[in-house]
Write a protein that binds this ligand. Structure first.
Ligand code: CA
Length: 691
């Protein structure tokens, strides 16, 4: 009896416990359900045209990459200003757990920050705290990463009516539920997967469609802009930027005109280039989509289009109707481009008083070194003056709109041979890093690059305040080097805010360029900051990690080489604390003794050629490079070499598989080459006097 009593009690007890668990689960569930219901009721990503048009009345939000329709990268917020900025400090940080470049400008709406990182990973964070709401990993086809000319980066998301649009590096465009990050639709933007197409740019909302371009002009691609239905992801239209093979029909009528500017014997097999890899803007008033196009493929016109010609529409700004994709106008900055002058730097749309008349303009500080002001209704060139030293053209003729090319400018061949430099270099006078326009000072703040005649890997960077009407520099601040030209934010607080490659975050007086605040954050910054306000607190936030073109080159002052390149989003506010600093990297160890060299001189030579063609854009073989220095491979890396190079054994570390591109013999030849340079370095190290 006692036993059964005990057993009954145990049963009762367990029943109570179970009931308790069920009750607490119910309670938990109901709380959870309430939270979910609340989340569903809450507005997530509810940006629409009405809200976008009223952006200035709600400066607490940051609704597009550049805040508003014009993308001036300017905020009317004033709490953080000339007087108070001395108290700016760390508010919160978020680790992206990536070590590639971060280039996007976040969007903030209704208390949530939406942004993107390496490869098109998307993040939704509580903008008050940096707490993660969701992340989205597009699960890139990592073999595509070997087509990365300039790092595996992504320049941002678009947010519209409850959806977040983001593109993956391997070329897919996604629509995500803004509340959860769930995929609502995806579209493959690539017309030929055998070619070097990728995406690094941000999508743009344009009426009923979302538009996106592609990168890949260093490979064998043909440029186009694709437009997809916002709701369904169905392709609405596609605009090709260069004519295809003339033996096939033209996809658009204007390509017939464009084809006349190419040698009929052009290398059509190379695709032609004209990639739309960054700037896209939309003017809802005119219902026009504006986008820039990149270099021609090949870079060298004598190979690309041997008889010359303008090679429309490379290195151009194009406007098309958002509903139909029909051509409206074009302006070509570098006819017959020979210098890698992609015309894709972010546009600013605004109104300027020129010659006593208010004009709706599109402004661009181009890679060409000229600051273009175009009438965005007609494409008429209103102004084009150089904001950096320019040697490829004497000037731009405003009547014809054409540059007056300097004698000998075409003698320059794009390459890394250390001679024959022209200004600007292929890095451009200004690259993708957003500039800012302050309507109060009337100045544009441009992160500029000067490294033409002095050689590709020397030169200077400046933050330069440019008067777009008088076409003159008003003030400038020197940066650490030509590689140091991060994106810019201007505010009505009289501030220009910018990170640095050396790992600082700075605030300048917008009128004078006087440095008002410098915060050492220890992480290299290339992206543009943005600002927003929540519960009466103004925040400034920036994505931080080094990358982009030339990302793997070694710059000793770069914070990424001193403290690593772990990506993070950093937010600042008045009265904030000191910014947590990443630890210093350990000193670089000695070069280990390489394995025995068994390859013949011929094999080593072949390996060197293959290395330069396939590996050198990331592995520059300098100590301190962001990609591993292959002279320092450990024995287990040597042993697993084939599996790493061909099979993708280190794909999670960022090393794409080269199966199908390189044969086993090729991989072995590269290995023999690397062993040979490792031995050279090792012998030098051993012969050096010890101290
Ligand atoms: Ca280019």
């Amino acid at each position: 009896m006692r036993g059964s009593q005990v057993s009954a009690r145990l049963k009762l007890l367990s029943a109570i416990v179970v009931a308790g668990i069920i009750l607490s689960l119910c309670g938990y569930n109901s709380i959870n359900a309430r939270a979910q219901a609340k989340r569903a009721e809450m507005a997530y990503g509810q940006i629409d045209l009405k809200r976008l048009l009223a952006a200035d009345e709600h400066p607490e939000e940051w609704l597009t990459a550049g805040r508003d329709i014009g993308k001036g990268h300017y905020s009317p917020l004033t709490d953080i200003n000339r007087k108070t900025v001395a108290r700016l400090g760390f508010a919160w940080g978020y680790d992206t757990h990536t070590n590639r470049g971060l280039e996007a400008t976040p969007i903030v709406v209704d208390g949530v920050m939406y942004t993107s990182g390496s490869g098109g990973t998307a993040y939704a964070l509580d903008a008050r705290t940096g707490r993660e709401l969701w992340t989205f990993d597009p699960k890139n086809d990592l073999s595509v990463t070997r087509r990365s000319c300039c790092d595996i980066v992504n320049r941002g998301v678009a947010v519209w009516k409850g959806k977040v649009y983001v593109a993956s590096f391997d070329g897919r465009l996604f629509a995500l539920d803004a509340a959860t990050g769930t995929v609502l639709w995806q579209a493959d933007t690539i017309i030929d997967h055998k070619r070097g197409y990728t995406i690094t740019g941000a999508p743009e909302i344009a009426g009923r469609v979302v538009v996106i371009g592609n990168a890949g002009g260093e490979y064998d691609t043909r440029g186009y802009l694709s437009a997809y239905d916002l709701e369904t992801g169905k392709l609405a239209w596609r605009f090709f930027t260069v004519p295809g093979d003339p033996s096939k029909p033209f996809e658009q009528p204007e390509l017939k005109m464009a084809a006349k500017t190419w040698d009929p014997k052009s290398r059509w097999d190379m695709g032609g280039g004209g990639m739309v890899w960054d700037a896209i803007s939309y003017d809802p008033d005119l219902n026009l989509v504006y986008f820039g196009t990149g270099n021609g493929t090949f870079f060298d016109q004598s190979k690309r289009s041997p008889a010359g010609g303008d090679n429309l529409f490379i290195a151009s700004i194009i406007a098309v109707n958002a509903d139909t994709g029909r051509f409206a106008w074009y302006y070509q900055e570098a006819p017959g481009d020979q210098w890698d002058y992609d015309a894709v730097q972010p546009f600013i749309l605004t109104d300027l008083k020129i010659g006593g008349k208010i004009r709706k303009v599109l402004m661009q500080a181009s890679k060409t070194g000229f600051f273009y002001v175009l009438d965005r209704k007609t494409g008429q060139l209103l102004s084009a003056e150089n904001f950096v030293p320019v040697t490829w053209a004497d000037r731009v003729d405003l009547k014809t709109g054409r540059p007056v090319e300097a004698p000998g400018a075409r003698a320059y061949k794009t390459g890394f041979n250390g001679s024959n430099y022209i200004s600007p270099s292929p890095v451009g006078g200004h690259n993708w890093n957003p500039m800012a326009y302050d309507p109060k000072t009337g100045l544009v703040y441009i992160p500029v690059i000067e490294n033409g005649q002095t050689g590709l890997f020397s030169g200077k960077g400046f933050l330069r305040a440019w008067d777009p009407i008088r076409s003159k520099v008003v003030w400038e601040v020197p940066m650490a080097g030509y590689w140091d030209h991060p994106g810019v934010l201007a505010t009505a607080g009289g501030l220009v805010l910018q990170g640095t490659g050396t790992g600082h975050f700075r605030a300048y007086d917008a009128e004078t360029g006087k440095l008002l605040k410098d915060i050492d954050v220890g992480t290299s910054i290339i992206a543009a900051p943005m600002t927003y306000s929540l519960d009466g607190v103004q925040y400034v936030a920036v994505m931080a990690a080094f990358g982009g073109g030339g990302w793997s080159y070694s710059f000793p002052e770069n914070a990424a080489y001193q403290r690593g390149n772990e990506g993070r989003i950093i937010a600042f506010k008045l009265g904030g604390g000191p910014t947590p600093m990443p630890p210093l990297l350990p000193p670089i160890g000695p070069i280990p003794q390489p394995p025995e060299q068994t390859g013949t001189p011929d094999t080593i030579k072949r390996g060197a050629t293959l290395f330069n063609a396939n590996c050198a854009s990331c592995h520059v073989n300098e100590a301190g490079s962001l990609a591993p220095d292959l002279r320092r491979m450990r024995s287990e890396i040597h042993e697993g070499f084939r599996e790493i190079v061909l099979g993708g054994a280190m794909v999670n570390g960022g090393m794409p598989p080269f199966e199908g591109v390189l044969s086993t013999e090729d991989a072995d030849a590269i290995h023999e080459y690397l062993i040979s340079i490792a031995w050279n370095a090792y012998k030098q190290q051993q012969a050096a006097p010890k101290n």
